[in-house]
Design a binder for this molecule. Structure first.
Ligand code: PHE
Length: 459
């Protein structure tokens, strides 16, 4: 097979939206969003988060998808073909590839926990999250199993595997999150959680909170990983990038906001600590299921099953970034690329898997992070570095690169192709294309740079 036969194309606009939304909706919405919200003060964080999605996330979604479709290349190829020198290649593309790879390594660990929880709904082998997490004989095999499933789906190719799975399962997840949210909202004392979650206390907004919100927005929207460049490269020219991007952003944000409404009422009702970190969702969800008068187990098992599937539609896209590079540029077969990336990510993920109590070294290691916080444990450190800081840096670099280094008009024209509205005048001479260009050149890089500078204490 030649490498172009290896590449493939999306079967339909709906399929692309569902696959991109499948990449976007994942553990980031249901596991990460609530725990980061809980660590950053609740309502105020949610407010900043929504602003970040609208003002910075959305323009960057358009940018990445269009860059991919414009060049028809993987992340590295897309930068190189548009004239990037070594510096921009490293800061935009190579760093994005690293983000995808390293996040995949610990993301699959967490996804492995969901497999354990599915089984436990039937067998009750998990008594509490801490003991479960501290037992290597549980976490390592589940982690490995998840990675193997991911690799097998990626082998199915673009429209066969990824697209088919996403189309059916994403809507189902949405329905289930909604149902569990209703249960959580009717628990005694639930309103205190709703208040915590939805009443912004603006005095809590600091540089660290904004960085966390930006990082979370990029994590959740799959922006700054090269993934949307890769998925955009499979998109036919006549498809509407503007409306697709809006859908992706809307669905992703809805699921995250609903996940918060599902978790926080229960957190307060059961008297748990909202700021406890990565364990939050896994501590709270089983309590919600147990509190159901009937059918708790069935709902619980289905919920964890769909969460696992949501993680799968994300993890397959994370492998796809480095794999598509190896397929396009190194002429590897899809099979060799997927297995190599997956197995390496498994090896790199082992310290994360052991950092929930199984290994003293990985559980207790610490690094000082921005804003005077300390991150403890290998997995949390990886999440702070790759899941937050580096994604934000990639997003900054990509917006500077597209806005100032390459010809920004090419990308604006690419967005317009298939989205005629983008080039039309809305007020006076102002077109959405001009507005977008202004955001990519000024708003995105300046806001992101200011946030980074303020968190390291320079301003
Ligand atoms: N957006 C996904 C989530 O929220 C994570 C992800 C990012 C997946 C980038 C793939 C690529 O879980």
């Amino acid at each position: 097979m030649t490498s172009s036969e290896n590449r493939g194309q999306w079967g339909s606009k709906f399929g692309f939206i569902m696959a991109a939304a499948g990449s976007a909706v994942g553990l980031g919405n249901i596991w990460r969003f609530p725990y980061i919200t809980g660590q950053n003060g609740g309502g105020a964080f949610v407010f900043v988060y929504i602003l970040c999605v609208l003002l910075i996330g959305l323009p960057l979604i358009y940018n990445e998808v269009a860059l991919g479709r414009f060049t028809r290349k993987n992340t590295i190829g897309a930068f190189r073909d548009t004239g990037a020198n070594k510096f921009w290649l490293a800061m935009g593309a190579v760093l994005a590839l690293c983000v995808s790879f390293f996040v995949l390594s610990y993301y699959s660990v967490i996804a492995g926990w969901t497999i354990g929880y599915i089984i436990s709904e039937f067998t009750d082998f998990i008594h509490d999250f801490k003991t479960f997490q501290a037992t290597p004989a549980y976490v390592i095999p589940f982690f490995g199993a998840f990675m193997v499933i991911t690799i097998l789906i990626v082998l199915g190719g673009v429209s066969g595997g990824i697209e088919k799975a996403s189309k059916v399962l994403m809507p189902l997840l949405f329905v289930l999150v909604f149902l569990v949210m209703l249960r959580s909202l009717t628990l005694p004392g639930a309103m205190e959680g709703v208040r915590y979650y939805l009443t912004p206390d603006f005095s809590k907004i600091t540089g660290k909170v904004v960085l966390a919100a930006l990082g979370q927005a990029f994590f959740s929207l799959s922006v700054g990983w090269g993934i949307l460049i890769t998925y955009g490269s499979y998109l036919p020219k006549d498809q509407n990038i503007v409306s697709s991007g809006l859908w992706i952003g809307f669905m992703d944000t809805m699921v995250a906001l609903l996940a918060g409404l599902m978790i926080f009422p229960a957190v307060f009702s059961f008297g748990k600590d909202p700021a406890q970190g990565t364990a939050l969702v896994f501590q709270v969800l089983p309590d919600i299921f147990n509190s159901m008068p009937t059918g708790g187990r069935v709902v619980g098992a289905s919920f964890f099953l769909l969460l696992c599937v949501a993680a799968l539609t994300s993890s397959i896209s994370m492998i796809e970034v480095p794999a598509s590079y190896l397929i396009d540029e190194k002429k590897w077969s899809r099979k060799k690329a997927a297995w190599t990336v997956g197995i390496l990510a498994f090896i790199v993920g082992i310290p994360s898997a052991l950092s929930g109590g199984a290994s003293d070294l990985f559980t207790n290691m610490q690094i000082p992070f921005f804003g005077g916080t300390t991150k403890t444990g290998f997995l949390d450190i990886m999440d702070a570095l790759f899941g937050e800081l580096f994604i934000v840096i990639v997003a900054l670099m990509t917006s500077i690169y597209v806005g100032w280094i390459m010809n920004v008009k090419d990308i604006a024209a690419e967005i317009s192709s298939g989205s005629p509205f983008f080039g039309k005048k809305i007020i006076g001479n102002l077109t959405p294309a001009i507005l977008w260009t202004f955001f990519i050149r000024y708003v995105c890089p300046i806001v992101i740079a200011l946030v980074l500078l303020s968190t390291i204490g320079i301003i």
